[in-house]
Every structure is written in structure tokens, then in C-alpha cells.
Design a protein around this ligand. Structure first.
Ligand code: UDP
Length: 246
């Protein structure tokens, strides 16, 4: 955990930053050459931390944990904190792509099915001309290949590493190789390459604004139902925490 302002959401230290504050902070850290690990935490991730102490440890160890998802924003506000807005992982990823084009930072894409990150790269190059995506590796590799991938990332000279392996796999992987990876900023971005490559749809803006993105994902991927069963438990835990601290 860093010395940045945090709030406590079920023992997870969340940074209650707006998108702009997040970008300012990340730019300052990149310019200072400070290693930064970003996790964008939705309610599912926070609940995973309640069940898995090793995962909770990672959430407490990351440099920045941002309020991704309506659930995390709601929880922070319900617990009496000022949470300016949601900072969605996908939106932050796109902002960092644009920032990298301006600042000439190099980027490595790790994760998703073979070929998907290549399409995402093309979309990024069209969106942010001049952006340098210097390396790509898909997310389906063996345990033994991990070390070679780390060497590949380092050889590419990437300043930013985006890992799209899904939560919690990406956090466990990034933690395991944190000391060996030279990139200054590492961030897990779940299914973002799939969205960018058009393999997965993102909820329409009105649904995002109405805090219904979770419902859209469930509608598109009914297989997420089991994962989402934790959401009522999340609400109950937050309310219990709120009333037990009065
Ligand atoms: N993935 C991967 N390697 C794996 C498992 C998953 O690269 O071993 C990728 C998968 O192809 C998908 C992403 O990780 O692109 C997971 O997306 P999901 O939306 O499930 O992640 P979440 O945003 O829920 O963490």
C-alpha cells in the first residue's frame, strides 16, 4: 500500500480518486520512476478478498485500488466517505493509452485469447496516433513460460504493462513477478482487450450511468451468475459494517 489517501471498504484500502486525480497521480509517479501497481476493484473483487486472505493481502499491497463499479462507489459513500466517481478499469486503460502517446511511454499487452490483443493494438493506434505498443503476448501460457514472458516484457523496454488475464489471476501473476518486471506501471484490466477488439460488448452509456453495467454483463454472459451471487452478500456486509460502527 502507498501513502495515498485511502478509505476502508471491508478492509480493502480504496483510493477515492476521480479519473483526473488518478491520471495526475499516475503521471507524477511515472515521471518520478516510481513503481506502481493499479487494481480497479469492483464488488466481486472486494468480496473475493473477504474469502481469500492471500487475495486480500494483494489488495492491501497494491499501490492504488480504484473504485471500479457502482458497488464500490456505493459502499464507500454508504460508509460515510466522499467518493467522487467511479473509475472504471476500461476507461482508465483508454486514458493511459492516450497519455502514453503524448508522453512517449512504451506499452506491453499481456492477456486474452491469441489474436485479440493484436486487434486491440490496432484500435489503440487508431485512437491515439503515435502510441507505441512494443510487445504482445496472449494470456494462455503455461507456468513454465511465465519467466520467458517476463524476459520478453523487459526486453521490449515497456514502461506500462497491461495484464488482461481476468481477476484474480492477473493480480496473482503480477504479484508473483512484480520484482522481476521492469515496467513502472502494471495494471490488471480483465476483459478490456476483448471489449476493444469488439469480442465483447460494453454496456451502453445510459446503463453505465444508471449503475446497471453489472446487469448488462450478466445478460450478455449468464455464466457470470455464480460469480455475481456475492453481490447481495456485499450489500449486506457493507450495511452491517455501517450500522455496527454507529
Ligand atoms: N484470460 C486469459 N488467460 C486466462 C484466463 C483468462 O488471458 O488464463 C483472459 C480472457 O481471454 C479474457 C479475460 O482474461 O480476455 C477475462 O475477462 P473477464 O471479463 O472474465 O475478466 P474480469 O473483467 O471479470 O476480471
Amino acid at each position: 500500500m502507498s501513502d495515498l489517501k485511502t478509505i476502508n471498504v471491508l478492509n480493502v484500502p480504496v483510493n477515492p480518486f476521480s479519473m483526473q486525480e488518478t491520471l495526475d497521480c499516475l503521471l507524477a509517479r511515472l515521471e518520478a520512476g516510481q513503481k506502481t501497481w493499479v487494481i480497479t476493484a469492483n464488488a466481486e473483487i472486494i468480496m473475493l478478498g473477504q474469502k481469500d486472505s492471500e487475495y486480500m493481502h494483494l489488495l492491501q499491497k497494491a499501490t492504488m485500488v480504484l473504485p471500479d463499479g457502482a458497488g464500490t462507489v456505493w459502499a464507500g459513500r454508504t460508509l460515510g466517505y466522499d467518493v467522487p466517481e467511479r473509475v472504471a478499469g476500461f476507461d482508465l486503460f483508454l486514458e493511459l493509452i492516450k497519455l502514453s502517446a503524448v508522453q512517449h511511454y512504451k506499452i506491453f499487452f499481456l492477456g486474452s485469447a491469441p489474436g485479440v490483443a493484436e486487434i486491440a493494438k490496432k484500435r489503440c493506434e487508431a485512437m491515439a496516433p503515435g502510441v507505441e505498443i512494443v510487445g504482445i503476448h496472449d494470456g494462455y501460457f503455461t507456468e513454465a513460460e511465465s519467466k520467458e514472458i517476463v524476459a520478453e516484457i523487459n526486453k521490449s523496454g515497456a514502461n506500462l504493462l497491461f495484464a488482461a488475464l481476468g481477476a484474480p489471476k492477473q493480480e496473482f501473476w503480477l504479484n508473483r513477478f512484480a520484482d522481476a518486471i521492469n515496467a513502472d506501471l502494471c495494471m490488471g484490466i480483465g476483459g478490456s482487450f476483448d471489449v476493444l477488439a469488439g469480442k465483447m460488448e460494453r454496456a451502453p452509456k445510459w446503463m453505465q450511468e444508471a449503475s446497471l453495467e453489472w446487469f448488462f454483463r450478466l445478460y450478455k454472459q449468464p455464466s457470470r451468475f455464480r460469480r455475481m451471487l456475492v453481490l447481495p452478500c456485499f450489500v449486506a456486509k457493507v450495511l452491517q459494517r455501517k450500522y455496527s460502527s454507529k
